[in-house]
Design a protein around this ligand. Sequence first.
Ligand code: DQA
Length: 145
Amino acid sequence: KPVYVLGGPNLNLLGSREPEIYGRDTLEDIHTRLRVLAGDLPLETRQTNHEGELVSWIQEGSAKGAAIILNAAAYTHTSIAVHDALKACTVPVVEVHLSNPAARDAFRQVNYVSPAVKATIAGLGAYGYELALLAAKTLLGQKET
Ligand code: DQA
């Protein structure tokens, strides 16, 4: 079973986007590191700026029986469509954020993703993705999710 690593809007700008908040690694840097860690495990690494595309990829990951690592970025705080797609998921989903939204702006305190996922890792920068991959591997090996 594969692991889907899905990223939402503006994550294509990582590396140059507010580096004091999101770090200097590009999304490609992060994905490359995950591919090394994944070894034989198939990884689907994708990013989109479009809400509906993210919804379709979550549905696809679930249909494939994949574990999903999701940074929905700003859609975390706005998207009932992403929430509903996650509720329909029959596979484990680990939410990742580079920053810790709970320690940031008031408008980031609403989160439509967290209540619909297995676990959340936030505030550890790119390292959070590596932890999420470890968790995804373990979760894929379990019967119940
Ligand atoms: C983010 C946090 C979100 O609040 C923000 O909109 C992002 C990135 C993070 O990884 O820290 O785009 O998901």
